[in-house]
Design a protein around this ligand. Structure first.
Ligand SMILES: [Zn+2]
Length: 77
């Protein structure tokens, strides 16, 4: 479990929100629920997309093949 903001592992449980476990990052104060981290695509899928991207494939083609939206934030910038 790491903070989605600063990636610190210094996380404390912070009660529940809508029956989901709520956490707070001790380092930056960011609050998040466990489901937050499960949103989006798995690292495997992201890795695959990035491989295609660096091989010169456009995001539109990647979307066709993998189903990953071209609007998805790859963390490239
Ligand atoms: Zn944090």
């Amino acid at each position: 479990m790491e903070c989605p903001e600063c990636h610190s592992y210094h996380i404390h449980k912070n009660g529940h929100r809508k029956s989901k476990q709520n956490y707070i990052c001790v380092k930056c104060g960011r609050q998040f629920i466990t489901e937050y981290q499960q949103r989006g695509y798995s690292d495997d899928v992201k890795c695959n997309c990035l491989k295609m991207y660096v091989n010169g494939m456009g995001f539109r083609a990647i979307e066709r093949i993998t189903g990953v939206s071209q609007d998805f934030d790859y963390g490239l910038g």
